[in-house]
Design a protein around this ligand. Structure first.
Ligand SMILES: Cc1ncc(COP(=O)(O)O)c(C=O)c1O
Length: 425
């Protein structure tokens, strides 16, 4: 989107919405309704993305084939279930900047994180530490701590948490580099987020991967808040592995099957230790049920079980939309939407809240995290009563994400208007 000079009036929001070439995509999604029947202002795609209208037909197709074919659907369904996950490979690879052989859709995020750490976190007495954000998503914290303990090390010693400097709200890339340079020889794994769930800070993954590799560390990323939000180039950035869920910006539905990236080099290494299951076994001999595991070359070799077809069907509907619109165009609109939100919130000085998320567009995605001095939880609830859906993270953060696929400049204007009148009341 070409850069425009923002204005505060509602007529400007309306004009921007009318001129938005991606505006028609909103109609491809179910927008939750208020009790009065009007569209909610849904700014919560960072938590649960909305349902593509086409998802129903995709799921119904599989329900029908199941009803009519039973077990035969594995081979004779319109989209045979045996190969169903493969239909998600190419769109997923395009979305995260990977080779098709480097991605697979399977399990859920935390399960995939554990599977990746089984292969990539191989601690030794010299090198057993893991770098993580001090406010990483708790599930990542639990997963990492349990892996460290499982290997007989002490999380108090092996977990290196990186935090913003006192008085600052974002982690500086130079501080990550410094930590890697100073302690690199002891660090087995750098595991940061693409976008931090709490602050909305987007990390410079390429830079971090390079700095960590220079110290001989493995580089993994939790891309839960980055997939479908930012332009990713996981292959070119030389990331070793990445995991993400598909129910946020990817609109796959609650608990949808997740994504996993393994870089080509390790992905093709059949000797790399892993936890194995039959769905990761060589496809040509899988049904001969041989006793010896032979991994499929590529990320598919980490699959354990036959996957949930109904869940993948809904995701397929959404990935088709991503392919049509392209992440590049979405990111361009997203930068404009988020900048517009920031503009509206900062026109008049207001000591009652501050923006925790970096102001630099290259260091954030769709989400702005607003730190509210007093009564924030009540404001979030009041907004919800008015049909404005954001979410609350204790102790004082309102997370707001205008999602370029289905949010409009008008949505952003309505939110800012209502929020500012609440927070100033
Ligand atoms: C950053 C991040 N990591 C991990 C998770 C856990 O995801 P799952 O429950 O799919 O394992 C979430 C869930 O919201 C998340 O936001």
């Amino acid at each position: 989107m070409p850069s425009v000079k923002f204005e505060t009036g509602r007529d400007f929001a309306l004009a921007m919405t009318t001129a938005d070439p991606l505006a028609p995509y909103r109609d491809r999604f179910h927008i939750p309704k208020t009790p009065g029947g009007s569209d909610c202002v849904y700014l919560c795609g960072h938590s649960l993305g909305l349902q593509p209208k086409s998802a129903r037909a995709y799921v119904e197709q599989e329900l029908q084939d199941w009803a009519h074919l039973g077990v035969e659907g594995h081979f004779h369904a319109k989209n045979p279930w045996m190969l169903y996950h493969e239909s998600l490979t190419a769109p997923t690879a395009r979305l995260v900047g990977a080779l098709p052989s480097e991605v697979v859709v399977m399990n859920s995020l935390t399960v995939n994180l554990h599977l990746m750490m089984v292969s990539f976190y191989r601690p030794t007495p010299q090198r057993h530490k893991i770098v993580i954000e001090s406010n990483a998503f708790p599930s990542d914290q639990y997963a990492v701590q349990s892996q460290i303990s499982f290997h007989g090390y002490d999380p108090a010693e092996s977990l290196l948490e990186i935090a913003p400097r006192p008085g600052e709200t974002s982690v500086r890339t130079e501080d990550i580099e410094k930590l890697l340079a100073e302690k690199g020889e002891q660090i087995a794994l750098s595991l940061l987020s693409g976008v931090n769930y709490y602050s909305g800070q987007a990390f410079d993954c390429q830079h971090i991967a390079k700095a960590a590799h220079a110290q001989g560390c493995i580089v993994g990323f939790d891309m839960a808040h980055a997939a479908g939000n930012l332009l990713l180039q996981l292959h070119d950035w030389n990331v070793d592995f990445a995991v993400w869920c598909s129910y946020k910006y990817l609109n796959g539905g609650p608990g949808c099957v997740a994504g996993c990236f393994v870089h080509e080099k390790p992905a093709m290494d059949k000797e790399l230790p892993r936890f194995a299951g039959w769905w990761g076994h060589d496809k040509s001999s899988r049904f001969q049920m041989p006793p010896q595991f032979q991994p499929i070359p590529g990320a598919e070799g980490w699959q354990l079980s036959n996957p949930s077809i109904l869940s993948m069907a809904a995701l397929r509907a959404s990935m088709e939309i991503f392919d049509e619109v392209t992440i590049k165009r979405l990111r361009a609109k997203s930068e404009a939407l988020t900048a517009y939100l920031e503009f509206l919130l900062t026109q008049q000085p207001c000591g009652k809240f501050s923006i925790l998320t970096p102001r630099d567009p290259s260091q954030r995605g769709a989400q702005l995290s607003l730190q509210i001095r007093k009564g924030g939880r009540a404001i979030c609830d009041l907004l919800a009563q008015q049909g404005i859906i954001c979410d609350w993270r204790e102790p004082d953060i309102l997370r707001v994400a205008p999602v370029p696929l289905y949010n409009s400049f008008l949505d952003v204007h309505t939110f800012a208007d209502k929020f500012l009148s609440q927070v100033k009341a």
